[in-house]
Design a protein. Structure first.
Lengths: 251, 272
């Protein structure tokens, strides 16, 4: 564990009518950690991520972000990369990264002009270089491979310097070779930018390779006559020895 | 083994294949016209291609001594102006309402049912209302085109925008976009190619409404002319006019496709 708790969940429940998705989730995520979330389909991994994203509010309990109660709305302090549809198809690679900078500086037009635009472009280009897309800045997402699109989605999120980066099966649609490259990239970005990352994945090997901590979500109790009545919770919470400072202890 | 579904004509073969039925239609028509004229040289139902060419030439060059205008030019200008105004009005309405309904669920809840209600009314049925309310001038004809196609276009665009991946909207919010910026920077640009597409699909109905309005109350226009000369059984004028309308429609469609491909390369797969 490094740093203070950035995200805290206290006895959080998520229920839709009769269906309990998450129950009694209490945990804290430290700043600077890389939390990998695994579990079978339907165990509430994505719901957990949406809670932290602010896309969804708990039906019971509360979520605190950086010490303050979490507002149930998505804000620029939390970046996200989804498995698909994370980038805007109508913007070039550079335009996709500029988007966040333009939104912050120009809430009415969403566009920058003059020196502000030049500065934003330089910042966006530096971010694209960091993810290895500097050569492709004028292309549209449809012209990029799946791996390049996910690199772009990472750059787009990181240019906002989010407090926490949420990854929802970000490499699930990539082939194994590209996935390895992306693991190296996301590890490097995590170290260089001092990020806090929460990543949902189906791939347990990936979870143990990348995380400083692995959370496994599953149902503790099961009622065969009413399977929806019990929700999932973090059944395993495994701290790993991997450290952000580059000491590869867990290898 | 070669199967029917695996035979793909090359580019040149496709042009030839496509031209064949058109050529057959023309030849068939010319034969039928020649046969009828052999029986009755004064036949008006199937004019010969030569007679139609002569009539088209007359309509397109002869200055009418009363109005001082060339009929074909005056008719085309009048119809194209009405069409343009009606399409522009419908496009603007559909753009604003489609964006609003697509992006804001609350607006969809409020305006969705009333737009559906308007969309199911046959536009020609309200033409008398338009004539009574707006008079017999240009306004009623333009309004008929707009009323006829705007509800369909609005619903199509609203559904398209609402179906944009939710991930994009979430992502935009995490990048600091407010509702307004999501609308104008995420939804609006992605909606524009669809706007052109839905406009293309609406052109057919728009022509129907234009010609209907012109046929009922007008003193110039392509539809007016066709219905006027019908009284004299002047097929030699009607058929060239119909062909001319088809050409205008094909040209407008090609123009819209070109604009979309040029302006939105990302939406057409072959970006830059």
């Amino acid at each position: 564990m490094t740093g203070a708790a950035l995200i805290e969940l206290h006895n959080v429940w998520v229920e839709y009518g009769d269906t309990v998705v998450l129950e009694r989730v209490s945990l804290a995520i430290a700043a600077g950690s890389f939390v990998a979330v695994v579990g079978p389909s339907g165990a509430g991994k994505s719901t957990f991520l949406r809670l932290i994203l602010g896309q969804e509010a708990p039906s019971r309990g509360h979520v605190r972000f950086a010490g303050a109660p979490m507002a149930a709305t998505c804000g620029p302090d939390r970046g996200v990369v989804f498995q698909r549809y994370s980038v805007f198809p109508h913007l070039t690679v550079l335009g996709n990264v500029l988007f966040g900078l333009e939104c912050a500086a120009a809430p009415l037009l969403g566009r920058l002009f003059g020196t502000a635009r030049t500065a934003a472009r330089d910042e966006a280009r530096a971010m694209l270089d960091a993810v290895g897309l500097g050569h492709a800045q004028d292309r549209y997402p449809a012209q990029l491979s799946g791996g390049m699109q996910q690199r772009l989605a990472l750059a787009q999120a990181l240019v906002k310097h989010p407090r926490v980066l949420l990854l929802d099966e970000p490499f699930g649609a990539l082939d194994p070779g590209i996935r390895g490259d992306m693991h190296d990239l996301v590890t490097r970005l995590w170290r260089d930018h001092g990020l806090t990352i929460v990543m949902v994945t189906h791939d347990i090997a990936e979870a143990f390779k990348l995380g400083t901590r692995v959370l496994a979500f599953d149902k503790r109790r099961h009622d065969p006559h009413a399977p929806q009545r019990y929700g999932a919770t973090a059944t395993y919470d495994v701290p790993l020895l991997r450290k952000p400072d580059g000491a590869k202890a867990a290898s | 083994m070669t199967r029917l579904i695996t035979i793909r004509p090359g580019p040149r073969a496709r042009v030839l294949a496509g031209a064949l039925p058109i050529a057959l239609l023309l030849i068939g028509y010319a034969l039928a016209a020649a046969l009828r004229h052999a029986d009755n040289p004064a036949d008006k139902v199937l004019p010969t291609l030569g007679a139609m060419g002569a009539a088209a030439w007359r309509m397109g060059t002869h200055v009418d001594p009363v109005s001082g205008q060339i009929a074909l030019v005056a008719d085309t200008l009048a119809s194209v102006m009405r069409m343009g105004a009606g399409l522009a009005l419908a496009t603007l309405t559909a753009l604003v309402l489609g964006l609003l309904l697509g992006v804001v669920p609350l607006a969809r809840a409020v305006f969705g049912p009333v737009i559906t209600l308007i969309a199911v009314i046959p536009p020609i049925a309200v033409l008398p209302i338009l004539f009574i309310a707006l008079g017999l001038g240009e306004a009623a004809k333009i309004a008929l085109i707009a009323v006829g196609i705007a509800p369909y276009m609005t619903r199509d665009l609203a559904a398209y925008v609402a179906a944009l991946p939710a991930e994009q909207v979430i992502k935009a919010q995490t990048l600091g976009a407010n509702s307004w910026l999501v609308a104008i920077r995420v939804a609006l640009p992605q909606m524009l190619p669809r706007l052109i597409e839905t406009l293309r699909f609406s052109m057919g109905p728009a022509w129907v409404f234009l010609i209907a309005a012109e046929a009922i109350a007008s003193d110039v226009g392509l539809g007016y002319r066709i219905f006027l000369v019908r009284r004299y059984l002047a097929m030699d004028i009607i058929l060239p006019y119909v062909a001319w309308i088809s050409l205008l429609a094909i040209g407008a469609d090609a123009l819209l496709r070109l604009i979309s491909a040029r302006a939105f390369p990302w939406a057409h797969g072959d970006a830059r």
